[in-house]
Design a protein around this ligand. Structure first.
Ligand code: KIV
Ligand code: ZN
Length: 522
């Protein structure tokens, strides 16, 4: 259990969250401005030290998001990413400069592969570029982070040289990325030790670790780096990120908390907000959390085997190393129903770690009542799905589903009659299809013509029973851009149609904020 006595002085490890930058680089995990602001606000409230809010040169949308987050966030350092180019760094500074505590994070590839194929530069040219760009960034901003991309595949001697050059040029944090998720814990620690011992001035900068999870070792590699002297961990909520993702914030933070006896480090994180953050990120990105995911998976605290249940009833410590409430997960309690009032609903939300403003609470209560009218028992997972649905529709969407009626059954053709509100005007269409979902999607497409292809259509039941809500996930691709959206309802066709409409809304936003060509995505 995690109620141990923490020694008075422990080394502080800073938590650098890159959900909005590296996380958003996962194909399909794009987020709107409102969604990014929501996530940044929560990260700030939960005590994240640094929020990497985006890559300002990458698109107008990224620039706007970093700028807005920089203005809004109260406590955390707001960081923007920039390649080793003066234009990138200036654009990054433009976006972060209004933050209470701004940071520029600039990087360049240093491994032989990156030097030869991505940059076409010699070792000397890369060193010159580092000196030029880091000192330019430092002239703009006091807080400059520098990363040698693909550090773990860079020759050790050369890695020492590039880091030394960045430190001399004024970098205040040196981040060591395992860009392709290639390293292993022992090596991760050795690299940090080698830099601490071999680079003059290293004692005056913060060493950071940034690990990808291609071999499933990101968390272990990050913790090994910390043991060797790193004092900043770059991570994302739910481990979101390029390919197999980044170090999962909830895992490193809980590992250091639960095993504080052997990893005596402190973070400033309020771990009771972890579940809330996990759900928010899963909802806005449409990336569901795998059931057996450590810390935040649906089964992380579920005990099925009889012997486990027996032990749990006698003493929870027999099979639990942390308490659900440590991460903001309520103990499962009795389901709610249509007679449950506003107060009980509010108490339930608090138990579930969900904190809504007055208007959102009223809206959620109305949705809860509507659900309770249709469903005998409303379980915790139903309420979470209902709040997720409200979150997904919170931003001003141009297309809204107003009405849907389908005809289905053994005798075809199945058809869907649909009304969409598009930019404030209602439009109606009826289409036939191969089943009610196909018919509904065709009707939507007739009203909102597009070239996007449907890459994923997935349904899963939120709880048991024939009256269970279904959560539908939809992934669509248009001109290289991928968006993912989700919706839940007791009616699977309605959930499908809403998820499809959310995805189209996201595509509209993406179209408006297209990335300029030639951006190197890292
Ligand atoms: O993985 C990586 O190398 C990165 C850098 C930009 C830090 O994301
Ligand atoms: Zn990365």
């Amino acid at each position: 259990m995690t109620d141990q006595i923490v020694p008075a002085v422990q080394d502080r490890v800073k938590i650098f969250d890159t959900t909005l930058r590296d996380g958003e680089q996962s194909p399909g995990a794009s987020m709107t401005l409102e969604e990014k602001i929501q996530i940044a606000t929560l990260l700030d409230e939960m005590g994240v030290d640094i929020i990497e809010a985006g890559f300002p040169i990458a698109s107008i949308g990224d620039f706007e998001a970093v700028t807005e987050i920089a203005k809004l966030v109260q406590n955390a350092i707001i960081c923007g990413l920039a390649r080793a180019a003066i234009g990138d760094i200036d654009r990054c500074w433009e976006a972060v400069k209004n933050a209470r505590r701004p940071r520029i994070h600039t990087f360049i590839g240093t491994s032989p592969l990156h030097r030869q194929y991505q940059l076409d530069m010699s070792t000397e040219q890369v060193l010159d570029k580092i000196a030029e760009t880091v000192s330019h960034a430092r002239n703009l901003c006091e807080d400059v982070q520098w990363s040698p991309m693909d550090a773990t595949r860079t020759e050790p001697d050369y890695l020492r040289q590039v880091v030394e050059t960045a430190v001399k040029a004024g970098a205040t944090t040196i981040n060591i990325p395992d860009t392709v998720g290639y390293t292993a814990p022992r090596e991760s620690a050795e690299i940090i030790r080698m830099l601490r011992e071999g680079v003059p001035g290293m004692e005056d900068v913060t060493i950071s670790t940034h690990c990808h999870n291609d071999l499933g070792m990101a968390v272990a590699n990050s913790l090994a780096a910390v043991e060797a002297g790193a004092r900043q961990i770059e991570c994302t909520i739910n481990g979101l990120g390029e390919r197999a993702g980044n170090t999962a914030l909830e895992e490193v933070v809980m590992a250091m908390r639960v095993r504080n006896d052997i990893m005596p480090y402190q973070t400033g994180l309020d771990t009771t907000r972890i579940m809330q953050a996990s759900r928010l990120v899963a909802t806005v990105t449409g990336f569901p959390v795998q059931y057996n995911k450590a810390i935040v998976g649906k089964n992380a605290f579920a005990h099925e085997a009889g012997i486990h249940q027996d032990g749990m009833l006698k003493n929870a410590g027999t099979y639990e190393i942390m308490r659900p409430e440590d991460i903001g997960l309520a103990q499962s309690s009795l389901p709610m129903g249509k007679h449950s009032g506003r107060h009980a609903f509010k108490v339930k939300l608090t138990e579930l770690g969900i904190d809504l403003g007055q208007n959102a609470l009223q809206d959620a209560f109305v949705r809860f009542k509507a659900l309770a009218d249709r469903k005998k028992e409303v379980f915790d997972d139903d309420i979470v799905a209902l709040i997720d649905e409200a979150t997904a529709t919170a931003s001003a969407e141009r297309i809204k589903l107003k009405f849907l009626r389908v005809i289905c059954g053994t005798e075809g053709p199945q058809s869907a009659d649909i009304v969409l509100e598009i930019d404030g005007t209602e439009h109606r269409h009826t289409a036939t299809g191969d089943g009610p979902v196909d018919a509904a999607f065709k009707a939507v497409e007739a009203l909102v013509p597009h070239q996007a292809t449907l890459e994923l259509y997935q349904v899963h039941a939120v709880t048991e029973g024939t009256d269970a809500q279904a959560t539908v996930s939809v992934r669509m691709r248009e001109a290289g851009k991928i968006v993912t959206a989700q919706s839940s309802d007791t009616d699977t066709v309605v959930a499908s149609c809403r998820a499809y409409v959310h995805a189209l809304n996201k595509l509209l936003v993406r179209r408006e904020k297209t990335k300029p060509a030639g951006i190197v995505v890292v």
